[in-house]
Design a protein around this ligand. Structure first.
Ligand code: SAH
Ligand code: SF4
Ligand code: F3S
Length: 444
């Protein structure tokens, strides 16, 4: 959707994004950077002049997907020798030149902190492999976000990297150490987005609530203060953020959930396990009890908040008792939804060499946990029926006159609203709950 007025023949770029929302955001920024080079996005890989795979390294399966996708690209490259194939993201960072060695069809490998140089790489004016952590800030070298038309909900990366070093996790190695973007840049990007019709912004970071920086008043701001400043931005109706670490939930952030009406009543707060022994082995630096007390304080500030989380089952050393402690924690908190994963040993992480839990046992634990989480998710959804909620329309539905939007709690809601347009934020009465969505009616 980039303005192409000055470019005679547009080349076509196909991007496939794996992994987390930060990759989704990075893919958009790479598309914008390539847009300035005359590339337009295509949904059809077979007509592409360039294919860019923006990869995830978090679990083995995620990383292996890259190689099966590259295998499938071989015939296309044989047919079209000029086709450029680029690998970006966290596998690019972790494996670097190994990717080209294993898959010679790949032309370029670019890490998450160097992708502002992608246009130069494509022009042949920069090395084919760029995976350093440069001193310069890539955001200073990317085109301003004014250039593109916007959907009503957008991502905005405010913080990158991680210094927490959980024993299972590759992120501190693939994304580097924690860096917060300056307030003034964040506010400028938010204003640009709002001017282009964005009404909801999700602030992104691997430890987004650990964001801090010098504020517009010259004082050191924490993340709560940043949210308050965004709450004062005219035209920005909804604010969300993800992902947070429990140890970075400062008082000012918790009270922002009470004070800032634009801040949606939804919080993703990964806990990983309910067993103190396992939390310690994971290097999470909190206990089940401190997590539960934190949840109490958050619910005191915002009683209607919906909580979601991430869990890992089968971490090395996990016993039946440890697993039961996780189920107990889940029962106590009552999550709106949650992601749960079977532990995947990742090369280079502290837990990699540790003895693994029997795979069948881990599978069973995952099933038990998911059954419980699914019951909670269903109950949370059904609890919405009868309530009137804000819904931001994001696209037309399949049926005539139907709109699909997101509720305050991030549920997808289908509404018959023939007069409505994408970008409308309306009050909707929830009348039904299906497996992965809600039905609503426009409130009078
Ligand atoms: N920065 C975020 C998210 C990290 S990755 C955070 O701290 O919460 C998203 C989720 O993937 C993690 O919360 C964890 O549940 C899961 N994950 C990370 N490494 C994993 C591994 N080696 N095996 C299985 N799941 C993993
Ligand atoms: Fe990974 Fe832990 Fe950092 Fe999250 S906090 S990115 S799980 S190391
Ligand atoms: Fe995956 Fe990298 Fe995100 S490893 S989860 S894409 S930070």
């Amino acid at each position: 959707m980039t303005d192409q007025a000055n470019t005679p023949v547009a080349k076509k770029l196909f991007i496939k994004t794996y992994g987390c929302q930060m990759n989704v955001y990075d893919s958009q920024r790479m598309a914008e950077a390539m847009g300035a080079e005359g590339y337009v996005l295509t949904e059809d890989q077979s007509e592409a002049d360039m294919v860019l795979l923006n990869t995830c390294h978090i679990r083995e399966k995620a990383a292996e997907k890259l190689y099966s996708d590259l295998g499938r690209l071989k015939p296309l490259k044989a047919e079209k020798p000029d086709l450029k194939i680029g690998v970006a993201g966290c596998v690019a960072q972790a494996e670097g030149e190994e990717i080209i060695r294993r898959m010679p069809v790949v032309d370029l490998v670019v890490g998450p902190q160097t992708y502002h140089r992608l246009p130069a790489m494509v022009r042949g004016e920069a090395p084919k492999i760029l995976t350093d952590f440069p001193e310069e800030d890539k955001f200073d070298h990317l085109p301003a976000r004014r250039a593109t038309r916007r959907a009503p909900a957008a991502f905005l990366t405010v913080q990158e990297g991680c210094d927490k070093f959980c024993a299972f996790c590759v992120v501190p190695y693939t994304r580097g150490s924690e860096v917060s973007r300056p307030v003034e840049r964040i506010m400028r990007e938010a204003r640009d987005l709002v001017e282009r019709g964005v009404r909801e912004i999700t602030l992104l970071g691997q430890n987004v609530n650990g964001w801090h920086g010098a504020g517009e008043d010259g004082r050191e701001w924490g993340f709560g203060r940043l949210i308050r400043a965004l709450g004062d931005l005219d035209g920005l109706d909804r604010i969300r953020y993800t992902t947070s670490h429990p140890n970075d939930m400062a008082d000012d952030l918790i009270s922002a959930h009470r004070d800032v009406p634009q801040l949606m009543p939804y919080l993703h707060l990964p806990v990983q396990s309910g067993s103190d022994r396992i939390l310690k082995a994971m290097n999470r630096k909190h206990t089940a009890e401190t997590y539960l007390r934190l949840i109490d304080r958050i619910r005191d500030a915002r009683p209607d908040i919906m909580l979601t989380s991430d869990f890992i089952v089968g971490f090395p050393g996990e016993t039946d008792e440890d697993h039961q402690a996780t189920l107990d924690l889940v029962a106590k908190v009552n999550f709106g939804t949650a992601f749960s994963f079977k532990y995947s040993p990742r090369p280079g992480t502290p837990a990699y060499e540790r003895a693994e839990v029997d795979s069948a046992v881990a599978d069973q634990r995952l099933q038990d946990l998911q059954a419980l989480l699914t019951r909670q998710q269903k109950a949370a959804q059904e609890g919405m029926v009868g309530r009137t909620l804000g819904v931001l329309f994001e696209k037309p539905g399949r049926n005539e006159g139907q709109m699909i939007g997101k509720s305050d709690y991030l549920h997808s809601v289908f509404v018959d609203a023939p007069e409505a347009q994408v970008g409308d934020l309306v009050q909707v009465r929830i009348v039904g709950s299906a497996s992965n969505s809600l039905q609503g009616e426009l409130a009078a």
